[in-house]
Ligand binder design. Structure first.
Ligand SMILES: [Zn+2]
Ligand SMILES: [Zn+2]
Length: 145
Protein backbone atom coordinates (compact mmCIF):
# COMPACT_ATOMS: atom_id res chain seq x y z
CA UNK A 1 0.00 0.00 0.00
CA UNK A 2 0.97 3.62 -0.35
CA UNK A 3 2.35 3.33 -3.87
CA UNK A 4 -1.11 3.31 -5.38
CA UNK A 5 -2.12 6.71 -6.70
CA UNK A 6 -5.27 8.22 -5.39
CA UNK A 7 -7.01 9.02 -8.65
CA UNK A 8 -10.01 10.37 -6.76
CA UNK A 9 -7.86 13.17 -5.34
CA UNK A 10 -6.22 13.83 -8.69
CA UNK A 11 -9.65 14.27 -10.30
CA UNK A 12 -11.13 16.31 -7.45
CA UNK A 13 -8.12 18.63 -7.33
CA UNK A 14 -8.77 19.48 -10.96
CA UNK A 15 -12.50 19.96 -10.43
CA UNK A 16 -13.40 16.85 -12.37
CA UNK A 17 -16.16 14.61 -11.13
CA UNK A 18 -14.91 11.21 -10.06
CA UNK A 19 -16.51 8.57 -12.22
CA UNK A 20 -15.65 4.89 -12.41
CA UNK A 21 -14.85 5.35 -16.09
CA UNK A 22 -12.34 8.13 -15.48
CA UNK A 23 -10.84 6.12 -12.68
CA UNK A 24 -10.46 3.03 -14.90
CA UNK A 25 -8.96 5.11 -17.72
CA UNK A 26 -6.36 6.68 -15.43
CA UNK A 27 -5.49 3.32 -13.96
CA UNK A 28 -4.97 1.80 -17.43
CA UNK A 29 -2.97 4.75 -18.72
CA UNK A 30 -0.68 4.81 -15.74
CA UNK A 31 0.08 1.11 -16.08
CA UNK A 32 0.67 1.34 -19.82
CA UNK A 33 4.32 1.71 -20.82
CA UNK A 34 3.37 3.08 -24.23
CA UNK A 35 1.03 5.89 -25.23
CA UNK A 36 -2.28 4.43 -26.39
CA UNK A 37 -5.02 5.50 -28.77
CA UNK A 38 -8.61 5.89 -27.61
CA UNK A 39 -9.52 2.77 -29.60
CA UNK A 40 -6.95 0.49 -27.98
CA UNK A 41 -7.81 1.87 -24.55
CA UNK A 42 -11.45 1.11 -25.27
CA UNK A 43 -10.59 -2.49 -26.20
CA UNK A 44 -8.49 -2.89 -23.06
CA UNK A 45 -11.26 -1.60 -20.80
CA UNK A 46 -13.78 -3.90 -22.49
CA UNK A 47 -11.45 -6.85 -21.82
CA UNK A 48 -11.41 -5.92 -18.15
CA UNK A 49 -15.19 -6.20 -18.16
CA UNK A 50 -15.83 -2.45 -17.86
CA UNK A 51 -18.94 -1.37 -19.73
CA UNK A 52 -18.03 1.82 -21.53
CA UNK A 53 -18.65 3.24 -25.01
CA UNK A 54 -15.95 4.44 -27.35
CA UNK A 55 -17.41 7.95 -27.30
CA UNK A 56 -17.17 8.00 -23.50
CA UNK A 57 -13.51 7.00 -23.78
CA UNK A 58 -12.95 9.88 -26.21
CA UNK A 59 -14.78 12.39 -24.04
CA UNK A 60 -13.03 11.27 -20.85
CA UNK A 61 -9.60 11.42 -22.47
CA UNK A 62 -10.28 14.93 -23.76
CA UNK A 63 -11.44 16.06 -20.31
CA UNK A 64 -8.34 14.56 -18.66
CA UNK A 65 -6.11 16.10 -21.32
CA UNK A 66 -7.62 19.58 -20.84
CA UNK A 67 -6.82 19.35 -17.13
CA UNK A 68 -3.24 18.25 -17.79
CA UNK A 69 -3.73 14.83 -16.19
CA UNK A 70 -2.89 13.04 -19.42
CA UNK A 71 -0.64 14.01 -22.32
CA UNK A 72 -2.00 13.91 -25.85
CA UNK A 73 0.31 13.55 -28.83
CA UNK A 74 -0.70 13.53 -32.46
CA UNK A 75 1.34 11.24 -34.68
CA UNK A 76 1.79 13.68 -37.55
CA UNK A 77 1.94 11.22 -40.42
CA UNK A 78 -1.06 9.20 -39.31
CA UNK A 79 -3.21 11.98 -37.92
CA UNK A 80 -4.01 9.85 -34.91
CA UNK A 81 -3.96 10.93 -31.28
CA UNK A 82 -2.36 8.85 -28.55
CA UNK A 83 -2.61 9.43 -24.83
CA UNK A 84 -0.33 8.75 -21.89
CA UNK A 85 -0.41 9.41 -18.18
CA UNK A 86 1.30 12.68 -17.28
CA UNK A 87 4.15 11.68 -14.99
CA UNK A 88 5.34 15.29 -15.08
CA UNK A 89 8.69 14.40 -16.53
CA UNK A 90 10.10 15.64 -19.78
CA UNK A 91 10.51 12.93 -22.37
CA UNK A 92 10.83 12.29 -26.07
CA UNK A 93 9.42 9.54 -28.26
CA UNK A 94 10.63 7.01 -30.79
CA UNK A 95 7.97 6.27 -33.40
CA UNK A 96 8.10 3.19 -35.58
CA UNK A 97 7.15 4.10 -39.15
CA UNK A 98 5.94 0.58 -39.81
CA UNK A 99 3.81 -0.50 -36.84
CA UNK A 100 3.35 3.07 -35.42
CA UNK A 101 4.46 1.99 -31.96
CA UNK A 102 5.50 5.01 -29.90
CA UNK A 103 8.05 4.44 -27.15
CA UNK A 104 9.06 7.06 -24.59
CA UNK A 105 12.70 8.02 -24.12
CA UNK A 106 13.59 9.64 -20.84
CA UNK A 107 16.37 12.17 -20.72
CA UNK A 108 16.78 15.14 -23.02
CA UNK A 109 19.71 16.00 -25.30
CA UNK A 110 18.45 19.48 -26.14
CA UNK A 111 19.22 21.57 -23.08
CA UNK A 112 22.39 23.00 -24.63
CA UNK A 113 20.53 23.62 -27.87
CA UNK A 114 17.84 25.60 -26.05
CA UNK A 115 20.52 27.78 -24.43
CA UNK A 116 22.11 28.35 -27.82
CA UNK A 117 18.79 29.46 -29.32
CA UNK A 118 18.11 31.78 -26.40
CA UNK A 119 21.44 33.54 -26.74
CA UNK A 120 21.60 33.54 -30.53
CA UNK A 121 18.07 34.72 -31.30
CA UNK A 122 17.15 36.38 -28.01
CA UNK A 123 14.20 33.99 -27.87
CA UNK A 124 12.80 32.76 -24.55
CA UNK A 125 12.44 29.01 -24.90
CA UNK A 126 9.52 27.46 -23.00
CA UNK A 127 9.67 23.93 -24.30
CA UNK A 128 10.13 21.71 -27.32
CA UNK A 129 9.00 18.51 -28.95
CA UNK A 130 11.20 15.89 -30.51
CA UNK A 131 10.07 12.70 -32.13
CA UNK A 132 12.48 10.22 -33.61
CA UNK A 133 11.30 8.05 -36.51
CA UNK A 134 12.55 4.66 -37.57
CA UNK A 135 11.96 0.95 -37.23
CA UNK A 136 11.39 -0.69 -33.87
CA UNK A 137 13.03 -3.91 -32.80
CA UNK A 138 10.22 -6.11 -34.10
CA UNK A 139 9.86 -4.38 -37.45
CA UNK A 140 13.58 -4.16 -38.16
CA UNK A 141 13.89 -7.95 -38.16
CA UNK A 142 10.72 -8.39 -40.23
CA UNK A 143 11.99 -6.14 -43.04
CA UNK A 144 14.99 -8.38 -43.57
CA UNK A 145 13.16 -11.45 -44.88
ZN1 LIG B 1 7.51 -1.38 -35.42
ZN1 LIG C 1 13.72 17.45 -24.62
Amino acid sequence: MGAKKNYNDILKNRNLKVTKHRYAILESLEKSKLPVSAESLYIELKKKGISISLSTVYRSLEALYKKGIVIKSILPDYNKAVFEYNHNEHRHHMICIKCHKMQPVTGCPLEEYEKLIESKFNFTVKGHNLEVYGYCDGCESKTED
